[in-house]
Write a protein that binds this ligand. Sequence first.
Ligand SMILES: [Cu+2]
Length: 438
Amino acid sequence: MAEKKPSTESPAASSTSTSTSQARREFLRSAAMVGGGVIAVNTIQSSTAHAANGHEHHGSQQPSMPAAADQVREYNTMMFHQHKMQPGNIIEPPGSPADNEVDYKEFDIDVTIIEHEILPGVTTPVFAFNGQVPGPEFHVNEGDWIKVNFTNRTEEMHTIHWHGIILPYTMDGVPMVTQDPVHPGDTFVYRFQAKPSGTRWYHCHWSTPLHAGSAMHGAFIIHPKEEKLRKRFPYKRDYTLMLEAWDVDFIREEMNGLLEGMKEVNMLMSQGKLDPQTHGFFRDYAAFKQAVLSGQYIPPYLKSRSSGVEIKPNFFAINGKSYPATQRLAIKQGEWIRVRFINASGLPHYMHLHGHDFWWVAQDGNDLSEPRRLNTITVEPGGTYDVMVYGDNPGFWTWHDHKTTQVRNNGIYPGGMLTVLAYEDFEPTYVPSVSVDQ
Ligand SMILES: [Cu+2]
């Protein structure tokens, strides 16, 4: 992720939709899997090379940075235009040094709702950081001081949790535990030191199944002061594979309901008429319990779900795309590559590589004391796993989740969480007569 530049750049997610709320609902309704017509979408995901610590990095798209808090009044969702909230607050929690005390690397990140294409003909609305899926990939050095200005450009609440990073608790991003959620239009400033080194990540911690589970997740790579792994595994190319699972029907239903609910909350809030108790905002647990037991407040878990939708992922993805739309991993003969798996999906994945063993070298960002030689690695929910692959068997080799239900697209095999390790310096001796790549 590029560091913030002093010049004013146009926001990465500069959607200027001024649709009506009716249109918004139709957008969400239409943004499910389509059977008949194909919804036109912007393809957000792209593969880019990125220079970090002198080596190439291939992973999620690098963002262009939106400008800072002076632009928070640009919204791309309807509800703000309607009820004219007074947003733009900048929230600076205590616990970290001020600007003049350390030399910060500063980043801007925002959240908007976008329509994301998983496969041709399949789109889903998602909450997305900087308008991309997954969110921007940070590359920083161990010990750097990081300042992230997080602006909420939706009508829903959010936070950012920095997964695996050791930081002051006030920066940990858990709503109701370490901070109030970031309200619509507001900017929350996260400041922390990048440590420990390794493959770490970040995600929204508000309504996690929908928010982090849709697209509010991204890689946070902290490069070590001294990279011991590179001595044994002299890799140059470095890939990040974020594993995702989507129930596009759940997302559509849930987001529709949520936007309807938040419309009322935001309107009442802007008029100073919000009764916190009616809407489930309580001072503390005792007040919450009292309200439930007295019958003044019925919590959502006591109501039946209006949509009746269970979460049953029907699309499984790597960096925002299901096979055959997944990005291939390029390798050359005699080359080491590093692959960082990050599981944002909430389900375990069993990533099996054909034609090779690989070396498992790190878990949750921390180097293993002794690398292990495998060809299938279990990637647990929330975990990060780093492996090294040596190019010694030219060809095209699938690398996929070995849970066969998760290499399907809406139940149709093959698809889902599958990509291809593809040798670049190689003249194929045989090519199938039918290929999705041709
Ligand atoms: Cu969120």
